[in-house]
Design a protein around this ligand. Sequence first.
Ligand code: 5GP
Length: 423
Amino acid sequence: MQKINILQTLIQEQNTEKNIFDLESKNYDTLNASPEIKQILNMQAHIILEQKKYIKSLLDKPFDFGNMLLLPTENSYKSRKEVDLHVSFSFPHSEKKASFIPVMASNMDTIGTISMATALRKEEMFTCIHKFYEHSQLNNYFSSLKKEDPDAFNYFAISTGISDQDYQKTTALIDKNPQIQYLCIDVANGYMQALNDFVQKIRKKYPEITIFVGNIVDKDRAKTLVELGADAVKVGIGSGSVCTTRQEAGVGALQASAVIDCAFGLHELGYGYVISDGGCTNAGNISHAFACGADMVMLGGMLAGHKECFDDTPQIKQDNNGNHYLSFYGMSSEQAMKNHYQDWENRMEYRASEGRVLYVPYKGDIAKTVNAILGGMRSAMTYTGKKSLHDLRNASYQIGMNNNGLNYSLLMKNLSDNNQRQI
Ligand code: 5GP
């Protein structure tokens, strides 16, 4: 009991120079405890101290998923099959309890489709359905679920922007379908005050809905949005595979560091969850995001190029060698503007197109890709010996720096010049 209390106190201490000093000067020899307990406490204090120093140094030198590798540890796993990837959540505002595999499809119009939601639900994974569906399409889908699979409402969010029109559409949808459990409030720049007002308005109107809000990249903003009513914040600016914000606006943050920062912020606050959004280009990166403290991981590019990216027959393009491709584009790209806004030309005038259009190899059914992703995550758990995805945040990792991640952006830029990307 004594051991647990002292460890809790240690863990609760803040990550500052002063506290690191305090930790160093703690002397457990004065405690009324057995030598074994004292030895364990000293060892644990040392480990915590090292972790704090380590994390502090990481925050001083930002890095990306591509810069990190998880380190294996001796463990009792016998097979990857033993790994359970489900995570239990207890959302602070909605007070909803949930359990799912916290890897989610992005609310992009070629990713967060109804077909994708149907496919991922089978795997108990999550989808943020995009906001460009007609009311009638969504209502039909929800009606069918109510009859056939009411539990499916626990595996998707509907999405919204923050305009008055978005508000009207979203509230109408929720009022007509009170089974909707999750709402994803998504703007490219999650630092606008208008977002605060929108979050508060929705939270007040729907106390029981679970709200995801983004996108942001720092702990202060994470805390503010959670305090205002978000159950989880979506973290990531400039890291997406079809995002050009780093190049066009010079804005963004390296994804791994952004996730660490926000996770720390919410740890300090004591509630709220982190969704890492963008920057995963392989299954290993998903595990990296969890190791950085993410509670859920959102994917765009890794799920692109599949049959489920379109609700009707996908428009497959073929090159001269007989290879097949599907289009995948950023939600701020000219392509997305043309698809969804009649006044797209006006929009392009005042808004830089911070998104690109790619053709990605056609991969057919999503099930195979999902299997590969979940297999990779299970491997990460067995190598690191962690019992849950949540526990993966305690995994050790190495960092290899390469110009603070600038190489990554350049790589993406070059690939986009060829207008193709192998994901
Ligand atoms: P990915 O998994 O492809 O690396 O990243 C997906 C994320 O990129 C999305 O969930 C969204 O946050 C972000 N994103 C999607 N389209 C655009 C865009 O046009 N511009 C920017 N800046 N980000 C985008």
